[in-house]
Design a protein around this ligand. Structure first.
Ligand code: GAL
Length: 425
C-alpha cells in the first residue's frame, strides 16, 4: 500500500503538479464571477446520465460552465486510468470522481475544501464514517454524493412465472430456480463479463455464503488465511454455479446491457448495485409490478455500501476555483441530494432527508442503512473501491476474473487469491 502511495505521488511530482506535503489552502478570492469546472466521471448509462445532468444544471443555474469529461465504463476503472494519465501530464481536471481509500493516495495534491465544508456544516450533515473518508490529514478534500447498496438481486417476475420457478432467497434455491429457467429455454442470469462486475457478484457471494465476519476478514482485512479457507472455496463453488447459468454473450457485456436483458424479459435476474434501479426507472418500469428488487440471497441483514465522491484539484484562476467550490457546496444541498439520488437509484448521503420521493427499493435501503449500522452489518464494497487500497483490489479482481474465464477449480482459486493478496499486502 505504501509502495503505491509513494509511486502515485512521485509521478505527480515529476509531472510538475505542485505538492506541499499537505492540502492547499483554498484561494481566498474564490467567490468571484462565473467560472468553469471540468468534471471527470463515468456516468453514461440512462439512469446515470439523468442523475449527473442534475449537477450540471444546478451549476449552470449559478452561471458557471460545466465541461463534461465522461469516460464510459461502469465501475470507473477506465476513468481512473484516464485520470492518472491527465495528472501525469500535469493537467488534471478540476473535479474527478474518486472514491474510498484511494482519496488518500491523491490527498497531498488536492484542493482544501474546509471553507465550503465549514460554511455548510458538513461535519454535522454527514455520518462521521463518511466524513472521515472525505478527509486527508483532517482536511476535507472530497465531497460525497450518495450511498449505493451493492447486494441486490434484480428480478423479472414474468420470466420466473414462465418457467414455473420460485424467486430464490438462498443460493441453493437459486440453483433450483435457475435450472428450471434454463430448461424453459430462458437465460437465468444476466451477466456482464467485466472484472468489476464479476467482482461485484463475487463480494455479494462472500457476504451471503460467509456472513459479515467472513466478509470483513477477507474483503476488508484481506486476511490471507481466511482468503484460502474452506469458506472461500465454497464462495468460488457458488460463483461457478452462477456462471453455469449465464449466456454466451456474457464476455465483456456492459452492466446496463445486462440490466436491459432483465427489463426486456430476456433474462430472469441480475446481481448488481442499485444504479441498476436507475435503468429500470429510466425505462419507465415500476417496482413490484414490472420488476422486483430483493436483497441478494442470504444477505438480507447486510448492507454493502459504495459511496460516490468527487475530489477537486487545485486550480489557479479564482473564478474557476469559485465554480469548483460551488460544485462542492451544491452536491450536499438538499435540492441536489434529492434530484440526483432519485434517478440514480442511490440514497442521500446527507442525514435527515425525507424518504418520500424515493422508490420502494431506495426506501428499504434507507431503512437498512440505519439498521445494518446498528448490527455491525454495514460493510464497505471491495469491488467498488471502498474497502481496500487499489493494489489489493486489483489482485482480487485478477483472480476472480481468471476464475470466471477459465476452468480453474474452486480450491485453486482460493489458494491463488490468498497468494495474490499476500504479494501486494
Ligand atoms: C459504481 C459507481 C456507481 C455506478 C456504477 C456503474 O462504481 O459507484 O455510481 O456508476 O459504478 O457505473
Amino acid at each position: 500500500m505504501k509502495k503505491l502511495t509513494t509511486l502515485v505521488l512521485s509521478l505527480l511530482l515529476i509531472a510538475g503538479i505542485a505538492f506541499g506535503g499537505g492540502t492547499k489552502e483554498a484561494p481566498t478570492t474564490a467567490t468571484g464571477g462565473p467560472g468553469e469546472v471540468e468534471v471527470l466521471h463515468w456516468w453514461t448509462s440512462g439512469g446515470e446520465a439523468a442523475a449527473v445532468a442534475v449537477l450540471k444544471q444546478l451549476l449552470e443555474d449559478e452561471g458557471h460552465t460545466w465541461i463534461d469529461f465522461a469516460v464510459a465504463g461502469g465501475g470507473g476503472d477506465a476513468a481512473m486510468t484516464v485520470l492518472k494519465s491527465r495528472a501525469l501530464a500535469g493537467n488534471p481536471p478540476a473535479a474527478a470522481q474518486v472514491k474510498g481509500p484511494e482519496i488518500q493516495l491523491w490527498g497531498g495534491v488536492l484542493a482544501n475544501l474546509n471553507d465550503v465544508a465549514k460554511a455548510n456544516d458538513w461535519d454535522n450533515i454527514l455520518p462521521k464514517v463518511v466524513a472521515d473518508i472525505m478527509k486527508f490529514e483532517g482536511n476535507y478534500v472530497a465531497v460525497p454524493v450518495n450511498v449505493h447498496r451493492i447486494n441486490w438481486m434484480w428480478v423479472n417476475p414474468d420470466v420466473f412465472k414462465q418457467a414455473g420457478a420460485t424467486i430464490p432467497t438462498t443460493w441453493d434455491e437459486l440453483d433450483a430456480a435457475a435450472k428450471k429457467i434454463q430448461a424453459a429455454g430462458l437465460i437465468p442470469i444476466a451477466w456482464g463479463g467485466q472484472p468489476w462486475q464479476e467482482a461485484t457478484v463475487f463480494e455479494i457471494i462472500v457476504a451471503g455464503v460467509g456472513g459479515t465476519d467472513f466478509y470483513t476478514q477477507t474483503m476488508i482485512d484481506a486476511d490471507v488465511s481466511a482468503l484460502k479457507s474452506p469458506t472461500m472455496v465454497k464462495v468460488f463453488e457458488t460463483l461457478r454455479m452462477l456462471l453455469s447459468y449465464t449466456d454466451p454473450g456474457a464476455p465483456n457485456r456492459d452492466w446496463n446491457l445486462a440490466t436491459s436483458m432483465v427489463i426486456k424479459g430476456e433474462a430472469a435476474m441480475q446481481f448488481m448495485g442499485d444504479w441498476a434501479l436507475g435503468e429500470f426507472v429510466a425505462a419507465g418500469k415500476v417496482p413490484d409490478q414490472d420488476f422486483i428488487a430483493m436483497t441478494a440471497p442470504q444477505t438480507e441483514d447486510q448492507f454493502i455500501f459504495n459511496i460516490d465522491s468527487f475530489i477537486m484539484f487545485d486550480v489557479e484562476d479564482p473564478a474557476n476555483a469559485g465554480a469548483q467550490q460551488a460544485m462542492a457546496r451544491l452536491i450536499l444541498e438538499p435540492e441536489f441530494q434529492e434530484a440526483f439520488n432519485v434517478p440514480k437509484g442511490s440514497i442521500p448521503v446527507r442525514l435527515g432527508m425525507s424518504n418520500e420521493p424515493y422508490a420502494a427499493p431506495q426506501r428499504l435501503a434507507m431503512k437498512n442503512f440505519v439498521t445494518s449500522a446498528k448490527t455491525g452489518d454495514l460493510v464497505p464494497s471491495m469491488a467498488h473501491g471502498m474497502a481496500v487500497m487499489p493494489d489489493i483490489r486489483g489482485a482480487i479482481l485478477d483472480v476472480v476474473t481468471n476464475f470466471c474465464n477459465s476452468n480453474l477449480s474452486a480450491e485453486d482459486a482460493a489458494s491463488q487469491l490468498a497468494s495474490a493478496v499476500d504479494v501486494v499486502k
